[in-house]
Design a protein around this ligand. Structure first.
Ligand SMILES: O=C(O)C[C@H]1C=CC(=O)O1
Length: 92
């Protein structure tokens, strides 16, 4: 199943920058591992915002929830999920 996911990151104001940088580094490893596995095939930065649009390829809703809840930045994000279906005009 394919999902479009928007993540808006809200860094906590009371956390030292070095601590948040460590969480970001862990997030990057987690994200890149999922990209290598094909679970997170696309990630795009939203211009001018600390946000991304991503495509996820997962087994089902529970799998997506598990992946999103595992994000090290999960506690500092608003996440919007849009399920995608094949468009009837798509020629692929
Ligand atoms: O920077 C972001 O958009 C948040 C998050 C998503 C992947 C990653 O490495 O960080």
């Amino acid at each position: 199943m394919k999902f479009l996911v928007r993540m808006d990151v809200h860094p906590p104001l009371d956390m030292p920058a070095e601590e948040f940088d460590k969480i970001k580094a862990t997030e990057k490893e987690y994200s890149q591992q999922l990209q290598r596995e094909g679970v997170w095939p696309e990630i795009w930065r939203v211009v001018g915002e600390y946000s991304n649009y991503s495509i996820f390829e997962v087994r089902d809703n529970d799998h997506l929830h598990e992946v999103l809840q595992g994000l090290p930045l999960f506690p500092y994000m608003d996440i919007e999920v849009t399920p995608l279906a094949k468009h009837p005009s798509d020629i692929k």
